[in-house]
Design a protein around this ligand. Structure first.
Ligand SMILES: [Fe+2]
Ligand SMILES: [Fe+2]
Length: 269
């Protein structure tokens, strides 16, 4: 089973670049074309939030027009730059199903992995949150017997990554979420985004991986003293391969016009 993960699209409206400099719509087009050309074709594509840059309908419609060209089915969860109502109205219930409490939380059926999407958007801050209602929904899901390993996908990583976006902004409900993760086990991985960096860490008997943004990489300052800035980079995404022996193996794919060279070196005569 093969999963492509796109994150932090930050699409601007119209023909605009994001913050005037980042060609995120063009980057998304390049990622979509690259994913469509993969062999084997991914079983599905997960888009882990910040689809829009400013929660606007025009931004989401622009993103939807590009994501609609994916050959694989795709699903998304919201980020702190998104508006749930706008996402639902543009993408519909197939792409971002809404749970009974109005959150975009759902389970995707029919694959070798159990896939659960969580809505980590907080009304209080740009940081993450899983409130009691969302956690109760998750616990009700996890209590249902299922022998498959589980992958949770969400926008905010629920633990610190030595960037202000996690360590300073925080994540309300992370402790209770971690208790559920440990109690039910079999959480192979938590796939997140939000920090615009490819990074991995262990947490509560599982692994959290964060996917890169498709072109706006966060600067790193482990002292947490400087405000975050971003660097323009080639678009990239994560490719998660669930292997026949049962492990989730992740590669970062960089979408660039690169020449490949053979390892068979032939010295010039
Ligand atoms: Fe983001
Ligand atoms: Fe975010």
């Amino acid at each position: 089973m093969l999963i492509a993960q796109l994150s932090d699209l930050h699409i601007a409206p119209g023909e605009q670049k994001t913050f005037g400099v980042a060609p995120m719509a063009e980057n998304l087009q390049r990622c979509v074309a690259h994913i469509n050309a993969l062999k084997p074709t991914p079983d599905l594509v997960l888009v882990t939030g910040d689809i829009a840059n400013d929660a606007a309908q025009a931004e989401v419609e622009r993103a939807a027009a590009i994501l609609g060209r994916l050959d694989s089915p795709f699903y998304l969860v919201p980020g702190n730059h998104d508006n749930r109502r706008v996402l639902s109205s543009v993408f519909g219930n197939q792409v971002c199903p809404t749970s009974v409490d109005g959150f975009i939380q759902y389970e995707i059926d029919g694959y070798d992995l159990r896939l659960i999407g969580l809505d980590s958007v907080s009304h209080a801050s740009p940081g993450g949150e899983l409130c009691p209602k969302r956690l109760a929904w998750l616990e009700e899901r996890l209590t249902q017997a299922d022998e498959r390993p589980c992958v949770i996908f969400m926008h905010h990583p629920p633990a610190n990554f030595a960037v202000p976006e996690t360590d300073i902004d925080g994540f309300l409900g992370a402790e209770d979420f971690g208790d559920l993760v440990e109690k039910y086990g079999k959480i192979e991985r938590i796939l997140a985004g939000h920090i615009h960096l490819p990074a991995f860490r262990t947490w509560r008997q599982t692994i959290i991986s964060t996917a890169p943004s498709i072109g706006m990489r966060l600067t790193i300052d482990l002292t947490l003293e400087k405000d975050s800035q971003f660097i323009l980079e080639e678009p990239s995404y994560h490719l998660h391969y669930w292997t026949p022996e049962g492990t989730l193996l992740t590669h970062q794919i960089i979408v660039a016009d690169e020449k490949a060279y053979s390892f068979a070196y032939e010295p010039a005569q």
